[in-house]
Design a protein around this ligand. Structure first.
Ligand SMILES: C[S@@+](CC[C@H](N)C(=O)[O-])C[C@H]1O[C@@H](n2cnc3c(N)ncnc32)[C@H](O)[C@@H]1O
Length: 324
C-alpha cells in the first residue's frame, strides 16, 4: 500500500477517490499504536477513516496491521495535525475529529506548539461539517482546564456534556495511553462537542504557488559560491527560514533549507546549477524533501537569491520568478 504524507498528497485531497467510495470522513489526530483508530473502523464500517501521526514507528505499526488484517476504510498519513487540518481537508468536510491524549509533556514543552490552541481549534471548527463532532481526551488536569477554557471560547462548537468534561464515557474503547493512565490510577477527562451552524472562522490561506525560479549571471564558479556560504537564519513575519548548508555535487550546489510557516514545516533543498549559457546559473527547488512551493519557500528562495547577488560586484540577476 502506498505510504501517504501531507507533503505528497494533493491539497486538498480527494478522499472519495483515494478510498474508492464517498463516505462520511472521520479523522483521528495522533493515533499512536492505532487501537482506537481500528476500533472506529470496526464501529463505523460505512465511513472513511483517516489517522494522522508524526511518529514513524506508530505509522509503520498501523500500516502493517492494515496490510495484514485488511481494513478497506482506514488510511494513515504522515502529517502534523496542523498541516493535515489546513491542507488536506475542505471546509465542512469532516464528520468526526478525535484527539486522544495529546501533548503528554505539555508543561515541559511550554512555549512550543501545543495541539490544543486557538489556531488549531479554529481549523477543527472550519473542517467539521455542521452537526459534526469533536472529541478530546486527556489525563492531565491542567490540560483539561486549559482545553475547557479554549473550547468554551470557541464559536461554532457546543458542548454535548452536562459539564465541561466527563471523567468516564461508558462503552469507550481504551487507547494504549489511556489504559496505562487508568492502571496507574490517573483520572481521565473527556470532552464531546458538536459543530453548530455558526459560519466557520476564516483560516490563514497558505497556498501552493508556482515553482520558484531565479536565473543569474556570475563570474564565480560553484566552488567559489560554496566557499562563501555560511549558515543563515531569518524571520520574516511568521515565517522562520534557516539556510543550513551548501553541498557540492558534480554539476550542482545543493542548499539544505528549513522553513517553518504557520501551517507547515518543511526541510528540503534548493539546487543551483549551471545553464548552457556561459556564466549563467539557475536556482530552483530540488526534489529532495518533496517541498511544496508555499509562500515561505518562495521567501527562502528570495533570501538565497539576495545572498547570491552580494557575492560578486558583477553578479547580475536575469530572471526572478517569485511571489515575495
Ligand atoms: C501521548 S501519545 C497518545 C497516543 C494515542 N492517541 C493513545 O492515546 O494511546 C500522543 C501522540 O500524538 C502524536 N502527536 C504529537 N503531536 C502531534 C501533532 N502535532 N500532529 C500529529 N500527531 C501528533 C505523537 O506522536 C503520539 O503518538
Amino acid at each position: 500500500m502506498q505510504k501517504l504524507s501531507s507533503l505528497t498528497l494533493p491539497w486538498p485531497t480527494d478522499w472519495a477517490a483515494l478510498f474508492g467510495a464517498r463516505r462520511p470522513l472521520i479523522l483521528e489526530i495522533g493515533f499512536g499504536y492505532g487501537a482506537f483508530l481500528l476500533h472506529l473502523a470496526r464501529q463505523h464500517p460505512d465511513t472513511n477513516i483517516i489517522g494522522v501521526e508524526i511518529a514513524n514507528r506508530c505509522l509503520a505499526h498501523v500500516e502493517r496491521r492494515i496490510a495484514r488484517e485488511g481494513w478497506p476504510n482506514v488510511r494513515v498519513v504522515h502529517s502534523t495535525a496542523e498541516t493535515a487540518l489546513h491542507h488536506l481537508f475542505e471546509p465542512a468536510s469532516l464528520w468526526q475529529i478525535h484527539v486522544n491524549f495529546p501533548d503528554p509533556w505539555f508543561k515541559k514543552r511550554h512555549g512550543h506548539r501545543r495541539l490544543m490552541q486557538r489556531d488549531t481549534l479554529d481549523a477543527v471548527v472550519n473542517r467539521l461539517q455542521p452537526g459534526g463532532r469533536f472529541y478530546l481526551a486527556t489525563d492531565i488536569r491542567e490540560y483539561a482546564e486549559m482545553s475547557a477554557a479554549l473550547l468554551a471560547d470557541t464559536p461554532g462548537l457546543e458542548n454535548l456534556l452536562p459539564a465541561a468534561w466527563a471523567e468516564d464515557l461508558p462503552g469507550r474503547v481504551l487507547t494504549r495511553y489511556e489504559g496505562k493512565a487508568r492502571r496507574e490510577g490517573r483520572p481521565c477527562y473527556y470532552f464531546a462537542y458538536r459543530r453548530t451552524a455558526v459560519p466557520p472562522p476564516p483560516l490563514p490561506s497558505v497556498q501552493e504557488l508556482p515553482m520558484p525560479h531565479i536565473v543569474f549571471r556570475s563570474p564565480l564558479s560553484l566552488d567559489d559560491i560554496q566557499a562563501q556560504f555560511a549558515p543563515m537564519q531569518h524571520t520574516v513575519g511568521q515565517v522562520y527560514i534557516s539556510l543550513l548548508e551548501a553541498y557540492r555535487g558534480r554539476h550542482k550546489l545543493l542548499f539544505e533549507v528549513f522553513v517553518k510557516e504557520p501551517t507547515i514545516e518543511q526541510h528540503f533543498a534548493f539546487t543551483l546549477a549551471r545553464r548552457p549559457e556561459p556564466g549563467e546559473y539557475t536556482l530552483q527547488l530540488g526534489t529532495l524533501g518533496h517541498a511544496r512551493p508555499t509562500p515561505g519557500v518562495h521567501l527562502a528562495a528570495g533570501l538565497l537569491g539576495d545572498w547570491l547577488a552580494t557575492l560578486h560586484p558583477d553578479n547580475l540577476e536575469l530572471k526572478r520568478k517569485l511571489k515575495e
